[in-house]
Design a protein around this ligand. Structure first.
Ligand SMILES: C[S@@+](CC[C@H](N)C(=O)[O-])C[C@H]1O[C@@H](n2cnc3c(N)ncnc32)[C@H](O)[C@@H]1O
Length: 234
């Protein structure tokens, strides 16, 4: 592994122990409610792939849905993060989630699954880390069944001027400053806003996924675009 992928892999190994706590703090405690909202349309799916699953919060949000009776494959290229995911799943719902999950260590851009293996795919807060959206799209299209649904949750760009200013102060100024005092891995929380600054705006991302062959792509802003959910139908 080299370049951006190697940097990201190492960064997540280093921040794994504090990852969940920092998420709660930075999102002011809202991140899991956003995840629950994002995965709702997958409640009837039988087999879902959670890509870049990390510490498992997207998978848990899905497993917690009352209507969801399926299984989730948690896939991440970082074993340390996946380990956390497994531990958390084994502590939820009296340990019952653990029988409905499988862990797979793999790169999201090169998936070890057969054609049409999944009804749905989720990605939570990881699109910014993936250097090649074309490869990602083609792997999702290949491994998802016909008419399958992919749901991506990502930090985004507010589409309202006032919110944009407030969000800028918070995410680009306050978050790196606070993180400096709370963690020895300051660089990771400088990378977070830096990765968003250069990331596609919602409409650009929608157009890019459209070009990559999905039958329909739409998005829904949360808090005016602080966070966005993307829905991609094969
Ligand atoms: C910000 S975390 C998101 C974790 C989780 N989805 C969530 O909602 O909190 C990003 C995760 O993506 C993983 N990741 C980054 N690039 C990847 C790649 N190319 N293939 C697979 N996993 C990757 C990292 O290891 C990390 O666990």
């Amino acid at each position: 592994m080299q370049g951006k992928k190697a940097f990201i892999h190492k960064m997540f190994s280093e921040i794994a122990p504090i990852y969940d706590r920092m998420n709660r703090l930075i999102s002011l405690g809202f991140d899991n409610s956003w995840r629950r909202r994002a995965v709702k349309p997958l409640a009837k799916a039988h087999r879902v792939l959670d890509l870049c699953a990390g510490s498992g919060d997207m998978a848990i949000a899905l497993l917690e849905q009352n209507d969801f009776a399926g299984e989730v494959v948690l896939c991440d290229f970082n074993r340390d993060m996946l380990h956390l995911g497994k531990r958390k799943c084994s502590m939820q719902d009296g340990g019952q989630f653990v029988d409905r999950i499988t862990l797979v260590v793999a790169d999201a851009e090169l998936l070890p699954f057969k054609e049409g293996s999944f009804d749905g795919v989720t990605i939570g807060f990881a699109l910014r880390n993936l250097p090649n959206l074309e490869k990602l799209s083609s792997e999702i299209m290949r491994t998802m069944k016909k008419e399958g649904l992919a749901v991506f949750l990502e930090v985004a760009h507010p589409e309202n001027k006032i919110l944009e200013v407030l969000f800028h102060l918070y995410f680009y100024k306050l978050v790196p400053t606070i993180s400096k005092y709370l963690t020895s891995k300051k660089y990771a929380y400088r990378y977070l806003p830096a990765s968003l600054r250069i990331f596609l705006k919602q409409k650009e991302l929608r157009n890019s996924f459209n070009k990559n062959g999905f039958a329909s792509v739409s998005y829904s802003n949360i808090w005016g675009g602080v966070v966005a959910i993307y829905f991609l139908r094969k």
